[in-house]
Design a protein around this ligand. Sequence first.
Ligand SMILES: [Zn+2]
Length: 156
Amino acid sequence: MPIPKWKIEGILDDITECGCCGRRGLKRTVAMMPLDADGNEDGTAEDVVYYGTSCAAIALSWTQGKVTDTARAAQAERDQRDNWARQMISIYAPVEFAPVRDKARVYYGRNQHQRDTGVKATEEVAKLLAEARATLADTPPARPARRVSRTSAATS
Ligand SMILES: [Zn+2]
């Protein structure tokens, strides 16, 4: 099995132009992260491309059905992570710069089992906020789809 050149990140109906062939007015596009020769992600959210399902299928040598199913599953996972991140931010951002006792009240209020275990609320709150913000920063679309020169490499 050849290593795929792309990892499907999700499927979006608010980007309707294919970043591969430029076709417009699509119902949805598939967000794909380029992979390097070892199959590792080769870029950041800015390098994600948005292809129509037929161009994505060609780029991956998959059927359109497999592309759509995989993209839907990836999107569901991403939505779940994003929801978690937004929830963490809405809970902890208000006490981010609050005194330790306020952080502790909010944190242990939600994580009662960690009270008196040596888990420090201040550190946990900082960690959760950092992780939540990184999760959201990583979420496409980071910006409108753009053409990338990798396109030709992916389809050849
Ligand atoms: Zn296309």
